[in-house]
Design a binder for this molecule. Sequence first.
Ligand SMILES: [Zn+2]
Length: 137
Amino acid sequence: MADDWAESRGPAAEGLFGTLKAALLGRPLRLPADLLAEFPELAGARWRVGGWGLGLRTAAGITLWRTVWLAPEARLDPRLLLHELRHVQQFEASPLFPLSYLLNAIGRGYRRNRYELDAESFALARLAERGRPSPEG
Ligand SMILES: [Zn+2]
């Protein structure tokens, strides 16, 4: 049905649809292989660039369930990616996470809510781990 819709309106409409879709949903992002080799757990999230909300330029990343939207100008910084990955894990840990996050943010503010602090310490701990020599090396 979706294909029929695009076909019946020709390439111009498809272009407009594509533009709208990209504005709302961003576009899929394939993480570089070297980054995935170093942090294989990043494959556990769906990564996208741009999309709704990020036009406001208030956040480098937004996570909703398993999908992370990165701001178009955001660098693929492992600290940011690991931080957002932790939010994916928080979503997976409880169906009440969105509500709990909101209540925490209202009570403590965005930066100091416990889920942000948890995401930040998760990212830093993982990065610190990288600096350590591996057991075999
Ligand atoms: Zn965060």
